[in-house]
Design a protein around this ligand. Structure first.
Ligand code: ZN
Length: 181
């Protein structure tokens, strides 16, 4: 009978009593179980169990890389949104975090200064004016707000203004004040 090494395809002629025993292939040194080989054709054409093909780099690597990139992009957008939201919240409610009282003081002083500039004693300022005060740091506060005051004809007019007021040596100084007309 014939047997064949399943590793390299080498065939051997053996007696039938060797079936089921272990053999050492002389060609490739692999051990295999002896079975009768009745195959036709060239035993060298036996299909060896091919190792799985490594996935094509373009198909396997790049999608995950793209996913990582898009994840990073999504995370970046999320962080940007949070930062914008935080800065909007801080600009709206920053005075709530002000422990020095400077924001209140800046707002109060700015009202007096604007009233003087407009030569109006009945100027009314928005009740939520503290929200219009931005802490610029270094004791400087920008006030971007408006006032309703009667003009010479007794007509109430809304006047927008933006000014920067600075606290130095416990005194408030007006750094700039622009009345928008
Ligand atoms: Zn072999």
């Amino acid at each position: 009978m014939k047997t064949i090494c399943p590793y390299c395809g080498q065939t051997y002629k053996l007696k039938k009593e060797f079936i089921g025993k272990r053999a050492n292939c002389k060609k490739c040194q692999h051990k295999f179980n002896i079975q009768e080989y009745r195959g036709l054709g060239n035993p060298a054409n036996i299909k060896k169990t091919a190792p799985p093909k490594p996935p094509h780099p373009d198909q396997s690597v790049s999608p995950s890389a793209k996913n990582k990139k898009s994840n990073i992009a999504v995370a970046g957008i999320a962080v940007a949104v949070i930062l914008v939201a935080a800065s909007v919240l801080y600009s709206q409610f920053g005075h709530l975090f002000d422990k020095t009282g400077n924001v209140d003081s800046a707002w109060a002083h700015m009202q007096v200064l604007v009233g003087k500039r407009l030569k109006s004693k009945n100027a009314k300022f928005p009740p939520d004016g503290l929200r219009h005060v931005n802490d610029l740091g270094g004791g400087r506060y920008q006030v971007n707000s408006y006032t309703d005051a009667q003009n010479a004809q007794g007509v109430e007019m809304r006047t927008y203004f933006v000014g920067v007021i600075k606290k130095a040596n416990q005194e408030w100084e007006l750094e700039s004040l622009t009345i928008k007309k």
